[in-house]
Design a protein around this ligand. Structure first.
Ligand code: SF4
Length: 353
């Protein structure tokens, strides 16, 4: 039987749970401090918590449910972790070093049902959602790795862009964000957290209405329905018009900038005409939109797609800029390891078969 991860509870939930079990509210703050500030990995290490409470916690929760299966470190400091879960499933988590800090990319599901045609992860249908505890624990495992290195480094940013569609696991993703944001714990600023969706319009509206206040990125990848349906089959159910309506709702409601992700695939969506069409689509949302161009990392599983030429990337970028669209080209991390999302996991699973 799998016991729940204690990391799955927000401070509010932990307080209520302990209270229901006869412990005063201040006990939760103490436990929280041991988990997220002192970062112990066993309840018995919480030395100022009374024995009854330690026993109660040990009977109902565990601290560690993820186990490191493999770790790949790149020359640029990127580290890709492969963890196995209590049920034996494998997930990936990535630590990236930037000038502005250390960011971690987390996985939210085992497999993914969205089926983007360029993605190594999308080849394996979703077998289950990750619990909020399993998502939080990815951050904790990376933070513990940093703690052990003894350089006093902290995870400062989070991108929810790993395997899975976070909006298809909305409640657990929400709890995860509330745990990592909590100022008494990891205290990762809302502005330092970005959730990326393939474009589930209804959930974008729900996200806009929530009080999470974190950043949103939407995978667009094509400027028209025909091309987007080829690249992302989700576009059949949620075409660009419907997606843009939900984005407009988000912009209106939050007045926060949004990122449109655009993966550049050679001779598929990387021509100047596509850049012009994209600029038209952004239209008068320019003030609140940034387009993030992502040079494609080829994977064996999708040999139909190649990386765009450097010249095409430059031309695409320049064209958007000339049209007044704010854009950037994503810096690559870990190019000497299995850099593409899901690559390490799929390689490991093939090896096991
Ligand atoms: S890119 Fe993301 S949403 Fe699309 S199949 Fe891969 S994991 Fe799923």
């Amino acid at each position: 039987m799998n016991i729940s991860s204690i990391y799955g509870l927000t401070l509010e939930q932990l307080t209520a749970w302990l209270n229901e079990h006869g412990h005063k509210k201040s006990r939760a703050a103490q436990v929280w401090d041991w988990l997220y500030r002192k970062r112990v990995t066993a309840f018995s290490d919480m030395v100022d918590i009374n024995k009854d409470c330690i026993q109660l916690l040990s009977d109902h929760f565990v601290i560690q449910t993820l186990h490191e299966n493999l770790k790949q470190e790149s020359a640029d400091g990127t580290i890709k972790f492969l963890f196995h879960l209590q049920d034996g499933n494998l997930i990936e988590t990535v630590l990236m070093r930037h000038k502005f800090g250390l960011s971690v990319c987390v996985t939210t599901q085992v497999g993914c049902n969205i089926g983007c045609s360029f993605c190594a992860s999308g080849l394996l249908a979703k077998s289950r959602d990750l619990s909020s505890g399993e998502i939080v624990e990815q951050i904790m495992k990376v933070q513990l790795h940093l703690d052990q290195a003894g350089k006093d480094e902290r995870v400062s940013h989070i991108v929810v862009m790993g395997i899975g569609e976070p909006f298809d696991n909305f409640e657990n993703m929400t709890d995860f964000i509330n745990v990592v944001k909590d100022h008494k714990g990891l205290a990762i600023g809302a502005r330092h957290i970005t959730v990326s969706t393939s474009g589930l319009a209804g959930k974008i509206v729900e996200f806009a209405d929530s009080d999470l206040n974190v950043n949103l990125a939407v995978s667009l990848h094509a400027p028209n329905n025909e091309l987007r349906t080829r690249i992302m089959k989700i576009n059949r159910a949620i075409p660009i018009e419907k997606l843009m309506q939900s984005i407009d709702y988000y912009l209106e409601k939050t007045n926060r900038r949004i990122t449109l992700e655009y993966i550049l695939l050679k001779d598929v969506n990387d021509r100047m005409e596509h850049a012009l069409e994209l600029a038209d689509l952004v239209g008068d949302r320019r003030q609140l939109v940034n387009v993030n161009l992502i040079p494609y990392n080829p994977v064996d599983e999708h040999s139909q797609y190649q990386r765009s030429e450097q010249e095409s990337i430059r031309l695409f970028y320049d064209t958007l800029k000339k049209q007044g669209v704010s854009c950037s080209v994503r810096l690559e991390h870990g190019t000497d390891i299995d850099a593409a999302c899901g690559q390490l996991r799929s390689k490991q699973m093939k090896n096991a078969n």
